[in-house]
Ligand binder design. Sequence first.
Ligand code: 13P
Length: 341
Amino acid sequence: MTIHALMETANAMVADGKGLLAMDESTGTCNRRFASAGIPQTEEARRAYRELLVCTPGLAQYISGAILFDETIHQRTTTGVPFTKVLSDAGIIAGIKVDLGAQALAGHPGEKVTEGLDGLRLRLTTYYSMGARFAKWRAVITPGTGLPSPACMDANAHALARYAALCQEASLVPIVEPEVLMDGDHTLERCSTITHELLLRVFEQLDRQGVILEAMILKPNMVLPGLGCALQPDAETIAEATVSCLLRSVPAAVAGITFLSGGQSAEQASARLNAMHQPRFSMRRPWPLSFSFARALQQPVLAAWAGNDANRTAAQAALLHRAQCNSAALRGEYRSAMENA
Ligand code: 13P
């Protein structure tokens, strides 16, 4: 595949009014979310749930791509259609999480580095042949007293860049996801400082590894105070902090930016995304700004489904509603009244 084709895929992922559905929870994470919703933690329950998501009628109007997990990319509908085919028939691009999770970083208590580079070239080729056209790798940064360390940020930035270069070689658009966690009591300003420093290191490494920025997507956290911080600012303040931080840190050549939700409520994520699409911010930024939410799209869906197939239509309606709210946010037209519509 040419770089031109990769750029086309990247642009399609952030097409007007559309965002990504992150449904790439690892088995452990999916099971934890099922357990708290009282749903049995079986492979069949996970398959049925993912079938419900990918088969939601009308989803492609708001969703450009779906990020799958290794288990999911191998799964089929009850009638035997591979999920990748369901998605491509609907006009939704299939993507795949390829990192193997965050592990303790040696010599740095409390910090993690994401693993999965060994054998990645071969796995990427296999996923491409199965229909994936983009990939995702998440690095996790934990704010704390004296944290994150430069060593942790550098190790993760280096791995992200090696992964991204391998993706482009394998004709997959890399989603580069450096996440500053919301855990802790850090302030908005502290999150901004860490996010800025981290992104500078990530883009330095991406440049060093020869990653073509026009053929990649950045998936950052919004700039937010920790969940334990006493001061929780309004959506406007968060939009200002986030857009300013990104403008100082992200080259204009990047094809697009799609936020993770990171533990915000579904409504908060939509409201903050909406605030970033008011004209005073939109006119300042060179890249499309969209969403790649997991929890902020799926939490209401899981609650509506509750593991019972009789609730399938209601669960799909919940997904469509969240996708529609976030699509409206991309035009700056999301209103909290939409939640009661
Ligand atoms: P959340 O939106 O739930 O943070 O998940 C996004 C994601 O893809 C995490 O890797």
